[in-house]
Structure formats: C-alpha cells, structure tokens
Design a protein around this ligand. Structure first.
Ligand code: 13P
Ligand code: SF4
Length: 344
C-alpha cells in the first residue's frame, strides 16, 4: 500500500475519532492530509474545541506539547516525529530561566515572564506560575502590552528578534530594553543594568529566520523594482526595518491573497510556505523567496512517518501519546489560557 492509501484508509476507519492538524511550514505531501492547517495561534485556538479521541499534530514538538496541555481528559495527542525539536525553543532551558527569574524576585522586582509559544512546556509552566503568559507571532504586541501592565517589567523569551520587533511596533524606546547575558548559569548579568529597563530579552532566535539579510532585500529590490518585501517577525530588526511589512504566518498568507493581480511579493520565511504561496498564486502574482531557508525539524515529518503512525493508531497499537507531567501541565495551561482569553 502507498502512504497515501494507508493514511486515507486510517482516516476513514477512525472517522470522528481522529483529527489531523498541520503547521504551514509542513511540506505539501503532509498538509494534503490534514483536517486543519494553520499558524501557531490558529492551531492552539482549535484544540480546546476538538472532540476527537486521537489528535495528530504535524509540526514540531512544542506544538504537540501545547496541544496535549490544552486537550481534554481522554484525548491522546500524537506526533509523527517526537524528536522534531524547535531550535529556538531549545535555546531557553527551563532550569536556567527559573534561575534568572529567581534573581529578579530576590532583587525585589516584579518581572512578568512572557514566552513565545515556541518554548517548552516547562517554560510555559514557569510563566503560568509567575503571573505571566504566552504569545505567538500573531498576538505578540497585545500580549506584551498586557504583560507590561501587570508588573515592573517583562522578561520576554526565547526570541530576542520577536521581542525587539514587537517593542519597535509599540514604540518602546531602545534605552528601555536589555538583552540578557545568560552565561555563568544566569549569574553573568548585573541586576542593576536591567533595573531601568521595561523589557528584558532572552537571547534566543530562530535558525531559519536568522539567515535573512538586508543585502538580500537590496538585491531583490534591484531585480524586482516594484516588489513588496514581507517578512516574519522572527527576522532581525534590521531585516524587518528594510522590509515593507512584517507579520505572522497568517499575515503573510493574507497579504499574498489580498495583493492585486500582477504584483510581485518577496517573502522572507520558511520555504515550504513560500513555495506553496508561489504555486497557489501563479501565474497572476509573482511570489519569490527572499532566500531559501528551510526548517530541518519541520521537515522531519513525512508522508511515510505520518502513514506509519496512523496505521498503528488504526490497528489499536498507538505509541505512547505526548505526555506532560501534571505539575507542569497545570501552570502551563494557565499561561496558555491567559493568552487565549486576552486574545479571544
Ligand atoms: P507562526 O506560526 O506563529 O507564525 O510561527 C512561525 C514558526 O516559526 C513556527 O515554528
Ligand atoms: Fe523553530 Fe524556527 Fe523551525 Fe519555527 S522555523 S520551528 S521557530 S526553528
């Protein structure tokens, strides 16, 4: 049997007991089978309303973990490749972040931790426990304003680029921001240096969006003088400033849909999404990647390993579902629910 027929057969046999979700950075062969494709926010929003017994998440591990946290009793969340880790999420180990937060607490400053959804459940749990929350690239400005209104300052983690770009969009002065030095087990930075700042940023970034350069934008503008350059806010602030617009995955998709026929759009984000947009809108609109940058972890999910997983579920031999220990799941859920409430 081909992977496609295995997947179709499993979907038919399991019916409403199965629901497949996929992030836009997945490849077409996988996304063709999912019930819902979306960006991080759209997918997280749908989890609490799903009734299926088996939720299969095609994306990276933190997404499946968030789904497991938001799923209801009796539901199982599975992912074809549990080793598909987001490089950025890995840059914020929870033990280190807890140590840094403890230093702020001991210092007497009420710092609210706000984590990008691209982070481990343990980081989200820390945010839940310490009065903070979660954000995605689609709601980062709303959530940063929310967090800033609740304490003396905000620790934004793990993405310093999303933090800087969001702060720029809110007009927060550069002088009130500080990129943390997390060396020496979180002891390297001076608390005094962060005292007068409103936004403290963890020094993480995305390996895929880090690669885009202002020189590439310049070259594209030379080649396509009438183009619009649109990028994801995980790109550096320099790249965002040199572009014509920046926003989440859903923003980039919307901009391509709404652009008039005949326009040329240069898109700086993961290549699977850009290639799909280019194919969808050809020949009326020209859509080209700023450069080809691919997420190796997103690419770990294939039609073959999706078929293998669904075959096992159908045969009653499902692997262990994604599990989050209750002492982590409970405060992490609180953090996620705060975001879903604030952005309802
Ligand atoms: P969004 O889906 O929130 O735009 O995030 C992009 C991303 O990097 C997902 O890993
Ligand atoms: Fe993580 Fe970047 Fe890959 Fe998204 S694209 S999963 S942020 S490494």
């Amino acid at each position: 049997m081909t992977p496609t027929s295995t997947i179709s057969q499993a979907k038919q046999a399991l019916g409403n007991d199965l629901y497949l979700l996929g992030h836009h950075y997945q490849n077409d062969a996988v996304l063709d089978h999912v019930d819902l494709r979306g960006d991080s926010l759209e997918l997280a929003r749908r989890i609490p309303d799903l009734a299926a017994r088996y939720i299969v998440f095609c994306g990276v591990f933190f997404m499946a973990e968030s789904a497991a946290i938001l799923a209801t009793e009796g539901q199982e969340v599975h992912t074809p490749r549990a080793d598909a880790m987001c490089v950025m999420a890995e840059m914020a180990p929870s033990v280190l972040a807890e140590r840094v937060m403890q230093r702020f607490l001991d210092h007497g400053r009420k710092i609210i931790p706000l984590t990008y959804v691209n982070s481990s459940a343990a980081i989200k749990a820390m945010c839940g426990r310490l009065g903070g929350s979660v954000c995605t690239s689609a709601n980062a400005a709303t959530m940063l304003k929310w967090a800033m209104s609740r304490g003396d300052g905000v620790l934004f983690l793990p993405d310093k680029n999303l933090a800087q770009n969001t702060a720029d969009s809110l007009g927060l002065p550069r002088t009130s921001r500080h990129i943390l030095d997390i060396r020496k087990d979180g002891e390297a930075f001076s608390l005094e240096a962060t005292d007068k700042t409103d936004l403290i940023m963890w020094p993480g970034c995305c390996a895929v969006h880090f690669r885009f350069r202002t020189s590439q934008i310049k070259a594209m503008r030379t080649h396509y003088p009438d183009c619009r350059v649109l990028v994801h806010p995980e790109c550096s602030p320099e790249v965002v400033k040199a572009s014509d617009g920046a926003g989440s995955t859903s923003y980039l998709i919307r901009e391509c849909q709404e652009a008039p026929e005949g326009s040329t759009l240069v898109i700086g984000t993961e290549i699977n999404l850009v290639a799909r947009l280019a194919a969808q809108h050809a020949p009326g609109k020209t859509i080209v990647p700023l450069s080809v940058s691919s997420c190796a972890n997103m690419a770990k999910t294939t039609q073959d390993n999706l078929a293998a997983l669904l075959h096992r579920i159908q045969a009653g031999d499902a692997p262990d579902p994604v599990q989050v220990a209750p002492e982590i799941a409970e405060p992490a859920k609180l953090a996620l629910e705060r975001m879903l409430e604030v952005c309802a």
